[in-house]
Write a protein that binds this ligand. Structure first.
Ligand code: C2E
Ligand code: MG
Ligand code: MG
Ligand code: MG
Length: 281
């Protein structure tokens, strides 16, 4: 075996591929029981106002603690959950847990509670016929003020089918706000903005991190803000890591940003001690 692997690159390569495929298959299977085993938890990353960095809200980010592999990145397990359809139940858990947390903050901190709670929603969830009713159900059960909620969908998600578009419209008719996430990474970003009615545009970090160094990135970032202003859409710059990026974004007209510069994803307790005042009662 060892000789075959060492002496023949192709066999060695196949073995690697095999290991990768096996790990993926294993993770996918493990995902099926992860909710029941209580392996998910939520982190919250601040969204702030520029230039001072005052808290404007938080984005809810899902984490999976695998018993053997430790923390698995959502960039790895969300696509798997979308493929094995578990995303529907997992997404429901995220929505309900996030709304429960948001309602608790609203009760404890009143007007000082995070003004915006951004929750990622997958295309598979949006395409479920009962999704809007389910959202209403969760809102009623948790008692959260819907005015604080923002549902984030990626452009690729919206492009996948016509059904999500209908759901987006209906959610907005019901007073929920919708954000287009990772804007600029998809195929038809600009035309999508004209057909999908959204409240917020999250400009992808690939443009933001490019903004300081790379001319094309800077030009795109600067023109997007004019575009969103004209359409009365709020823009949030994602992935801000340096003061220089923050300054340039502010100079370009951005008033909302998110990134490691202002805070990494953190637990609810950490968010409370960093962003929120001491509770009144
Ligand atoms: P996203 O919605 O675009 O979330 C922002 C991601 O960028 C997060 O990664 C966040 O930790 C990361 N980030 C924030 N600031 C910075 C920065 O300054 N620099 C860099 N390099 N990265 C930064 P995370 O938490 O690993 O999540 C990755 C993606 O997984 C999310 O991208 C989202 O698409 C998906 N995801 C996360 N939670 C959920 C969820 O509950 N449901 C669904 N459907 N998708 C989720
Ligand atoms: Mg997001
Ligand atoms: Mg994003
Ligand atoms: Mg992303």
């Amino acid at each position: 075996e060892a000789k075959a692997r060492g002496g023949d690159r192709r066999h060695w390569f196949d073995a690697e591929m095999d290991e990768q495929a096996q790990r993926t298959a294993r993770l996918s299977t493990d995902l099926l029981g992860a909710l029941d085993r209580d392996e998910f938890f939520l982190l919250f990353q601040p969204i702030v106002e520029l230039p001072h960095g005052r808290a404007a809200g938080v984005e809810v980010l899902l984490r999976w603690r695998h018993p053997e592999h430790g923390l698995v990145s959502p960039d790895v397990f969300i696509p798997l959950a979308e493929r094995n359809a578990r995303i529907v139940e997992i997404g429901r858990w995220v929505l309900e847990s996030a709304c429960r947390q948001a309602a608790e903050w609203q009760r404890r901190f009143g007007a000082q509670a995070p003004a915006k709670i951004s929750i990622n929603v997958s295309a598979r969830q949006l395409a479920e016929p009962g999704f809007v009713a389910e959202v209403e159900d969760i809102l009623a059960r948790t008692g959260v003020d819907r005015a604080a909620l923002l549902l984030e969908v990626t452009e690729t998600a919206v492009l996948e089918a016509g059904a999500p578009l209908e759901a987006v419209r209906e959610l907005r008719e019901r007073g929920l706000r919708v954000a287009l996430d990772d804007f600029g990474t998809g195929q038809s970003s600009l035309s999508l903005l004209l057909t999908v009615p959204v409240d917020v545009l999250k400009v992808d970090k690939s443009f933001v991190s490019g903004a300081a160094a790379d001319h094309a990135g800077a030009v795109i970032v600067e023109h997007l803000i004019g575009f969103t202003n004209g359409l009365r859409i709020e823009a949030v710059a994602e992935g801000v890591e340096t003061e220089d990026q923050a300054n340039r974004l502010h100079a370009a007209g951005y008033s909302l940003a998110q990134g490691y510069l202002f805070g990494r994803p953190a637990t609810a307790t950490e968010i409370e001690s960093r962003m929120l005042p001491a509770p009144v009662a």
